[in-house]
Ligand binder design. Structure first.
Ligand code: SF4
Length: 288
């Protein structure tokens, strides 16, 4: 038996970003169009944009500020769903370069809370584009890197706003919030995990005992996909758990199961999920 968990496939933020990119390609057929970073963290989506003539600029090994200065005024820049520092827009405006902002509304809401606060502890993953952008939104930011010990000595207030990247694991965040409350009892804690992420995590947590296999479909570059994978391991140590990026991973697998469930990160196209489901059905049919 193979079951798809809900919600699955693209979240509304990813759908909006892709639609915006497609509309931009139609609106500016004679201009070079670039996405500044990965529009969403999924290779299939990047390939789809490529076919539309939209070039993705990989920011991993370049200085974003220097690259922004190189755009010409007949080129179009699309900023990604994860958000970006406001300074990026200022540079393009100075050079009369048109830009399109595909930042997800849910991320923008988080940024606006950060801007209004006096002091902010921001919980996130180091170098994730959303965290990179968020950390520029207030002059009094203290970064709580989820993979490091936090230095409480640096916090210059007893009532900071505590806020987080939208795609973290809710269990991990709960533990961090408890720790912060012990050190700073008056901290104002706001949970900004986005529902598109949270609901998928809750579905994984609430699986029945008869499910023996969990397939997570998504890119290893996707924060929320990796959080689903980590959560599945910690919640279900006795089930088989796979992280597959595309159908090739399924085809190469010797998987056997009685009851498999499939879930996905929010940047995974439904076509990839259906291909993997079909591949699993073919494998199941072989041994039945
Ligand atoms: S996961 Fe949530 S915050 Fe991120 S793009 Fe999707 S809807 Fe927006």
């Amino acid at each position: 038996m193979i079951e798809l968990l809900e919600p699955i496939g693209h979240c509304f933020g990813v759908i909006n970003a892709i639609e915006l990119a497609k509309r931009t390609a139609k609106q500016f057929p004679n201009n070079k169009i670039y996405v500044f970073g990965l529009l969403v963290h999924n290779d299939e989506v990047t390939k789809e944009l490529d076919v539309l003539g939209i070039t993705t600029i990989d920011l991993t090994s370049i200085d974003p500020i220097e690259r922004l200065k190189l755009f010409k005024n007949d080129e179009i820049v699309i900023f990604t769903a994860h958000g970006h520092p406001e300074k990026y827009e200022h540079i393009l405006k100075e050079n009369n370069v048109t830009f399109i902002d595909a930042t997800c509304g849910r991320v923008k809401r988080c940024f606006s809370l950060i801007k209004k606060a006096e002091h902010v502890i921001y919980i996130g993953k180091n170098n994730h584009p959303e965290a990179v952008a968020a950390l520029t939104m207030n002059d009094h930011m203290y970064f709580y890197d989820i993979n490091k010990k936090f230095d409480y000595e640096q916090v210059a207030t007893d009532k900071p706003l505590v806020i987080n990247q939208t795609t973290l694991s809710f269990l991990e965040l709960k533990t961090i919030h408890e720790e912060i409350k012990k050190h700073i009892p008056n901290a104002e804690i706001v949970d900004e995990i986005c529902n598109a992420t949270l609901l998928r995590q809750q579905e994984i947590m609430n699986l029945n005992d008869d499910v023996d296999t969990i397939i997570i479909v998504g890119s290893k570059k996707s924060s929320n996909t990796m959080k689903l994978y980590e959560l599945a391991f910690s919640a279900h140590p006795n089930k088989q758990i796979y992280l597959w990026e595309n159908i090739t991973d399924c085809q190469n697998s010797n998987i056997k199961f009685n009851h498999a469930v499939i879930t996905s990160g929010t940047s995974t196209p439904i076509t990839t999920i259906n291909e993997i489901k079909n591949c699993l059905e073919r494998k199941e049919a072989l041994w039945m």
